[in-house]
Design a protein around this ligand. Structure first.
Ligand code: GLN
Length: 493
């Protein structure tokens, strides 16, 4: 008998409804798992025992009446700590927000609660979601459950590690340049970035507003669908929220890929990608062909410049967004003789080195005299990326690539070299620039027994076809909700 913490959302929801498991038991198994793993993983910044227990008990009362509140009824969920939660400290991984208790919930968090979720806590991240390893957290790094000497990826590293370890059944992450998909790939779980605008950004602490998007991290594609259906929806509080229809995605899961056209991105299938990752992705593509998809190679010439464009656009937007942390309204304040001095001291003390670097880069890129050369040029590249995608999707339904060029790297191995850290995002960034949906599905282990993620990209609002292919990849890979060694010992509990 394995622990209830190892059930998928779909299995747990069925067990709860059947009365085979109570929300309180499920929560306890999840908290026990956190107790067992947190000393090594540090996936959470806050575990909210009291509120979680109250929510689980409330969920059990509803179940006792034979009812459920929604698809996440009684399900333990973790939330990345850059989404505000009423009454629960929210730091975005930054010392500048230490002690900040928001007065309201992010719209995505409200949606979770409405669907019956039990929020276990807030997960660790790179400060303000800037990074690819969770090592930029102002509260110490998280580790990877597959090898605790390695990074879980980032910036939603805490969310991915928690889901992989079973200290949350699903989690919310945010993805500006890959921060859901890359940690999901490195931790052997599913991570999905929806179309820009599908999930409200209200209450998501802004990093780069034209790129940021909230999405699910889960153990299966089906669980990603369930979670996305809960959090997606129009929100008048977010001016960029999508106003059209929000379809159900569940029927995509069984439809298969027969007749679909799959394009392998040439620029993301060679140089710079580790041989293990490449060969795992090649065999996934072969199995898609066996399942009836037509495979072709598609060249997207602008991919070469996407990374550089992102590292101008994202810092530029962050330099504006982070201006609000002035020591007056939120969190930390370091006193000074004048307001200017107080603000300067607060920001110097509160922001870590990577965030400071991004603010400086972004301010420079936007400054008079350099605006056209840097920011303006980057926006033109963004348009080229969008045009390349549009052209590619005239001939194929989805595009595929590895999610990350490498599997989990060792803690500390890239922290001294920001450029090598930026390169980690080369496969994920294009979808953010295009505002398009993309998902990472775990498919295999490399020679060192570390998970490899396969990325599927679709045109904006192409979630249905995205999930069709993702479900097939999951079936074909035989990954079968594999668990990391760290928690194998707990399977007898
Ligand atoms: N790693 C990328 C960065 O550092 C992406 C981060 C993200 O998606 N939030 O900007």
């Amino acid at each position: 008998m394995s622990s209830p913490a190892d059930l998928t959302l779909a299995e747990a929801a069925a067990a709860l409804r059947a009365g085979a498991l109570s929300a309180r038991e499920l929560l306890q198994a999840t908290l026990d798992r956190a107790l067992l793993t947190e000393a090594e993983l540090h996936a959470f910044l806050t575990i909210d025992h009291e509120r979680a227990r109250a929510a689980a008990d409330a969920a059990d009362e509803v179940l006792a009446r034979g009812e459920t509140t929604g698809p996440l009824h009684g399900i333990p969920v973790a939330v990345k700590d850059n989404m505000v939660t009423a009454g629960v400290e929210t730091t975005a991984g930054s010392q500048i927000l230490a002690g900040y208790i928001p007065p309201y919930d992010a719209t995505a968090v409200t949606a979770l609660k409405r669907a019956g979720a039990v929020i276990v806590g807030k997960t660790n991240l790179d400060e303000f979601a800037m990074g690819s390893s969770t090592e930029n957290s102002g509260y110490g790094p998280s580790a990877n459950p597959w090898d605790t000497g390695r990074v879980p990826g980032g910036s939603s590293g805490g969310s991915a590690a928690a889901v992989a370890a079973g200290s949350a059944m699903i989690a919310l992450g945010s993805d500006t340049g890959g921060s859901i998909r890359q940690p999901a790939a490195l931790c052997g779980v599913v991570g999905m970035k929806p179309t820009y605008g599908l999930v409200s950004r209200y209450g998501l602490i802004a990093f780069a507003s034209s790129l940021d998007q909230i999405g699910p991290i889960s153990r299966t594609v089906e669980d990603a669908v369930t979670t996305l259906e809960v959090i997606a929806g129009h929100d008048p509080l977010d001016a960029t929220s999508y106003r059209g229809e929000y379809p159900q995605y569940r029927s995509s899961l069984e439809r298969g890929v027969a007749g679909l056209r799959v394009g392998v991105v040439t620029e993301l299938a060679g140089e710079g990608i580790s041989p293990d990752v490449l060969s795992a992705c090649r065999s996934v593509v072969d199995s898609l062909a066996e399942a009836g998809a037509t495979i072709s190679e598609v060249s997207l010439p602008s991919m070469e410049y996407a990374l550089s464009a992102y590292y101008l656009i994202a810092p530029a937007e962050c330099s504006a967004n982070l201006a609000r942390f002035d020591g007056v309204r939120y969190g930390l304040r370091v006193e000074g003789a004048t307001v200017e001095e107080m603000t300067a001291r607060t920001r110097a003390a509160g922001f870590g080195p990577e965030v400071t670097r991004r603010i400086l880069l972004g301010t420079y890129a936007l400054s008079a005299g350099y605006y056209d050369a840097f920011y303006g040029q980057a926006q033109k590249v963004r348009t080229l990326v969008i045009q390349d995608f549009t052209k590619a999707y005239e001939g194929v339904d989805v595009l595929v690539s590895p999610t990350s060029p490498m599997t989990a790297f060792e803690l500390g191995s890239r922290t001294e070299d920001p450029l090598s850290m930026y390169l980690v995002d080369v496969c994920t960034i294009p979808s953010n620039l295009a505002g398009a949906p993309s998902i990472s599905v775990p498919v295999a282990l490399d020679v060192a027994s570390l998970p490899i993620g396969f990325q599927i990209m679709a045109p904006a609002l192409g979630e249905e076809v995205l999930f069709r292919v993702a479900a097939e990849v999951e079936r074909a890979s035989g990954w079968n909700d594999r668990r990391p060694p760290l928690v194998e010992a707990d399977h007898g509990v």
